[in-house]
Ligand binder design. Sequence first.
Ligand code: PRX
Length: 650
Amino acid sequence: MSDKHDAIDDLLLERRKFPPTESFKKDAHVVGTHLYDEANTDYEAFWARQAAELVEWTEPWHTVCEWELPFAKWFIGGKLNVSWNCLDRHVLAGRGDKVALHFEGEPGDTRTVTYAALLDEVQRFANVLKGLGVGRGDRVNIYLPMIPEAAVAMLACARIGAAHSVVFGGFSSQALADRINDAEAKVLVTADGGWRRGEVFPLKPQADEALRDTPSITAVVVVRRGGIEVPMTRGRDHWWHDLMAGADPVCPAEPMDAEQLLFLLYTSGTTGKPKGIMHTTGGYLTHVTYTHKYVFDIHPETDVYWCTADVGWVTGHSYIVYGPLSNGATQVMYEGVPNHPGNDRMWQIVEKYGVTIFYTAPTAIRTYMKWGIEEPAKHDLSSLRLLGSVGEPINPEAWMWYHEHIGGGRCPIVDTWWQTETGGIMISPLPGATTTKPGSATFPLPGVGAEVLDDEGRIVTKGGGYLTLTHPWPGMLRGIWGDPQRYTDTYWSRFAGRYFAGDGAKLDDEGYLWLLGRVDDVMNVSGHRISTTEVESALVSHPSVAEAAVVGANDATTGQAIIAYVTLVGGASADEQDLRNHVAREIGAIAKPKTIYFTPDLPKTRSGKIMRRLLRDVAEGRNLGDTTTLADASVVNELQKRAAEAPTED
Ligand code: PRX
């Protein structure tokens, strides 16, 4: 590549290194390279061994992997039940009294849910769903706060072979309606509301709004959590507690095909319509059980694990519900925000439950940094032995802060790269085996093949390029719901025979992988992927707006912040706050632009394409390079002037 430009610049040099300590290695599941060696010899055989050892099957598979590019099937012929693997097998082994969930509500209420209790609730709720006409192959939508009922509802679906589609509670009614309609869900499980920052945020009213235009929904189950008054539609809406009180407590787990659809999870793409990512049963469970066990070095007898994600995101699916429960772990589930009632809430919870493994996102770490080291210092964090990071690249300085002030300098950090589409962790250290470098996700896990390519598809051995995955893996998405062509186009067409993740990455001179962020227009705000197109469409749906362009600009706290450039309909006027609220209503508060600039025109190429890269430069205050492809260069000068003058909104 010496005569070429790197596909992505390789600018940062980080030399600090952290080998695993002797004390961590003493009890670690993996300390040497044997898993890598085994997987390198035959990755299919390696995954088959994990499937046989970590998961229980009612019928064995006859074919490990069928790979008809780009469609994979794993463990064909095998039968199993995910909820049985997450619950019954632990109870049958005498671990029914073990705590599955230490639930901590935001107001300070708590619930201790054992494996036996969770199994009981899941069986009842599975019967509730059956009573509402849900059967194998149906879809159930879940729109809940972070409460145990979310896990119960998901596992109950898995028990009877219905696929769940969880929609993050922060999404708006329109986003919920779109997802319900795309999945053609039969039942919606929601709550009156949940606790957030000391107040109840209403969910049922949002759901009602969505349900005006969702013909597939025949019943709604409502958990009472916030205690607020909500309207109930007779014949359609039912209280969770009423149905559960009358439910049969026995619902045997039905064996499912390994390739039975387990869930859909919607994720944003570059074009407006969100993609329903499909995950199936046997391969997914194998992948998340394996990665949860080895990446987090989980010792279920002694560890107290806490992943701070929401169940509405894939991290909540794989590393709150399925991975930890399949491994029989004890975990903390927290409902609320990290700064209620004080900025030390997370550290208070770590101390209270003796958390040993803590898994969070860089955006959260940067927020804790902003709040100061006094906050964690108020609490005894000596129970922690391992820290994890996920969702976006972690800056070396945030890594160091996490290491020193949360990990007390003794805890390894696993920076885990993966996606909704990959189902489980793909690139990460193994904490007893890998020497880490702050900011690097290090190496592909045993069983995973990853390579960096340049623009022409040649392998990069040092420097920046595009991250690709070279062969199928059990947890991989099986497609996009209702759109196989989009699946092929999005992930498998950029580089022949390879999965293109859409991320930039670089390799350093020791072969360590460093993730460089998204190469397309999808923004990553606080670890959430938000498509520019969706925000633009939301803005344009406001009667005063003619056109909008949205970019993600670097932001010290949220990774990227949404900056919008808006052109108004002639003669119309609009107020920035009004537009921000409009976006929140249309697609959710998470997508609110931080700043909106009003402009009479947008920079476009001669063929009419908006030049987002240029707008990003403007938003980040950089000098503009070549603007000769612009239709009207004066537009950017004007925008630059405004950017320099404008105050920013929080
Ligand atoms: O850009 C990468 C970033 O998050 C994207 C996946 O987002 P999502 O499907 O919402 O899943 C988030 C939780 C797995 C990736 O394409 N990303 C995720 N983890 C990392 C990361 N970027 C850098 N380092 C990571 N550890």
